[in-house]
Write a new protein. Structure first.
Length: 610
């Protein structure tokens, strides 16, 4: 059968997953009486909640006798490890751009990878039905973006479609008919995307996506470069240097038909398939016939820029809310994650019962922690640390990100001020229509940790921030962190409303009456710079005299709500976030007050010597 392999590239929330839904519906994948799932490609709970695509996925449709394999790629640069490998499997790309917002940094990130690999893009201007749509300007912005990314003349001569995935139509012009549905898009893919390049020779395939199947074990998805594969066939696995990792037999060959995976008796070169039966093969390995000696070249992967320490939860409440609490369970889970996610690095930390996890950004590590807590894990995690490096001249360098912020004009002043405090350097400022401005900064990753929440507060929720790794550059010097100290509980028990009410002048609380606390747990923010140990268990002294004075009614100020992202950005180096399936708590690394004082003295002495 004739075949096409395409990737869909788009920024978060530009309508990529909705577009795939419409392609599946209009190609007849769903039967007339079948319940259709909205955002069918976002299969993971977190993806549905956050409205983002985290894991690359594949689907397949048939149109006029041609099989079209569609791969949905993550739009976040944090999941770039997925993106680079996916593009190896395809021969064309749909670049989907919002008709109002235009191309944003994550579009730029994936498009730059696609253009470097020689893919010829089809540009799809989506959401033309929006009242603030500006499709003509957006096309010019896309052209400028491609030119800035060194696209070839052939890549710059891209075909354009206009439409609305939500309303289920695409057209070759803005005035085009809505009656043809997605047909113009299908036809353009058949005409513009070339069939997969098939090499001569025995079976070879590059592992691109890895997953664990409860029935079939480990499954490796990739595109067959040459030859064919069938169940029970003998193969060997080569790493990037050509060293043999293992030899074995394929137990199952699965391919996407619609959204379903179906077993095949034989798969030919060019098709995207998943193979079972190889326990040691992983991403970037070549699975091939025993006679093959040279591996397929795999894309090098951008380095991680942030690291965090994941450790066993050793608080007094450990084991009361989660089922997976031991160091071995945490270690195995992280190593399993690193197998399938090549943008993540996991290594044993110098501390016992701790693992150091390095990744592309806060979002990627935050998603991993959130996934683990939903699986029943209890763990404590440290503040994210930026990975610095020394260049050839011995100078210290740090990762710098390109930050694009779209904001209402009246809030632009506070954004500029906060970004300069965080050592951000403004590169561009221009109006983006509708009383909004677009600002572009180069800022160190260190300064951006936790800025997202602050930005939304400063701009009353109107700002949109997008970030992208730019380059390593000389270290920018110290950045002002949290100025306030914290309020620390001195006893274990349940917080009492009367005690919290009496302590309100010390600073805002992070807990409510009845919440479990322990010695060393952070229960609020101090109004001053130093930490303060307090007793939140102290009830009112009862006497046999009763009064009905109104001022004795306890009215508490609502506490600060700590989400996972907010907590990770808030803590200092001597603090941890305790994560369980039910709670997110903040605590000091050293729970005992005397130990903390000894540690402070030792650190002060070390600083004086230095």
């Amino acid at each position: 059968m004739d075949m096409r392999n395409i990737a869909i590239i788009a920024h978060v929330d530009h309508g990529k997953t909705t577009l795939v839904d419409r392609l599946l519906q209009q190609s007849g994948v769903y039967r007339a009486n079948e319940r259709q799932v909205e955002r069918a490609m976002d299969s993971n709970d977190l993806e549905r909640e956050r409205g983002i695509t985290i894991l690359a996925k594949a689907a397949s449709v048939e149109w006029k006798g041609t099989r079209i394999n569609i791969v949905d790629t993550p739009g976040h640069a944090d999941f770039g490890g997925e993106v680079e490998r996916i593009l190896n499997m395809v021969d064309g790309a749909l670049v989907l751009v919002d008709a109002a917002e235009g191309p944003l940094p994550q579009t730029k990130f994936v498009v730059s990878k696609a253009l470097k690999m020689g893919l010829k893009p089809i540009v799809v201007i989506n959401k033309v039905d929006r009242p603030d749509a500006r499709p003509v300007e957006v096309i010019n912005e896309v052209f400028d973006l491609f030119a800035a990314l060194d696209a070839t003349d052939e890549q710059l001569d891209f075909p354009i479609l206009y439409g609305s995935a939500k309303l289920g139509y695409m057209a070759t012009s803005l005035e085009g008919s809505h009656d043809d549905g997605m047909q113009p898009l299908f036809d353009l893919v058949l005409k513009h995307v070339k069939p997969p390049t098939v090499e001569d020779g025995p079976f070879r395939m590059l592992g691109t996506i890895i997953e664990a199947n409860p029935y079939l074990g480990r499954m490796i998805t990739g595109r067959i470069s040459s030859g064919s594969v069938k169940p029970n066939q003998s193969v060997k696995v080569l790493d990037r240097e050509g060293k043999v990792i293992e030899t074995g037999r394929i137990t199952k060959v699965m391919a996407f038909r619609g959204l379903e995976r179906v077993p095949l008796e034989e798969a030919e070169a060019g098709d995207i398939v998943a193979l079972a039966g190889l326990p040691n093969a992983t991403v970037a390995h070549t699975i091939c016939d025993p006679s093959v000696e040279t591996p397929i070249q795999a894309q090098p992967i951008d380095p991680p820029t942030l690291s965090m320490t994941f450790r066993v939860n050793d608080s007094p409440l450990a084991g009361t809310e989660g089922t997976k609490v031991t160091g071995r369970m945490i270690r195995d889970r992280l190593l399993r994650e690193a197998e399938g996610n090549v943008a993540l690095r996991v290594r044993e930390s110098d501390d016992k019962d701790a693992m150091e996890v390095s990744g592309r950004g806060e979002l990627q590590l935050g998603i991993l922690i959130e996934t683990m807590r939903r699986e029943g894990f209890e763990l404590s995690v440290s503040r994210p640390k930026v990975l610095l490096r020394n260049n050839e001249q011995g100078e210290l360098e740090e990762p710098i990100e390109e930050v694009v912020i779209d904001v209402d004009e009246q809030h632009s002043g506070v954004v500029v001020q906060k970004m300069s405090e965080r050592k951000g350097e403004m590169i561009e400022l221009r109006p983006s229509g509708g009383g909004r401005v677009r600002m572009v900064f180069y800022a160190p990753t260190r300064g951006l940790i936790g800025y997202q929440g602050e930005l939304l507060t400063d701009t009353r929720g109107t700002a949109i921030m997008n970030r992208l790794f730019h380059a390593y550059a000389p270290h920018k010097g110290p950045i002002q962190g949290r100025r306030n100290g914290v309020l620390i509980s001195n006893e274990k028990g349940e917080a009492v409303a009367y005690a919290l009410w009496n302590l309100e002048d010390r600073g805002p609380m992070m807990i409510e009456p009845g919440w479990k606390v322990y010695n060393g747990m952070i229960v609020g923010e101090h109004t001053r710079e130093n930490d303060l140990v307090i007793n939140v268990l102290k009830g009112k002294q009862l006497t046999n005299i009763r009064t009905t004075q109104k001022d004795e009614a306890v009215r508490l100020t609502p506490p600060i709500r700590m989400t996972l992202e907010k907590a990770l950005a808030y803590i200092q180096d001597d603090e941890l976030v305790e994560v369980t399936p039910q709670s997110i708590r903040l605590r000091k690394k050293l729970l005992d007050e005397n130990e903390r004082k000894r540690d402070d003295r030792a650190r002060a002495a070390a600083t004086e010597v230095a």
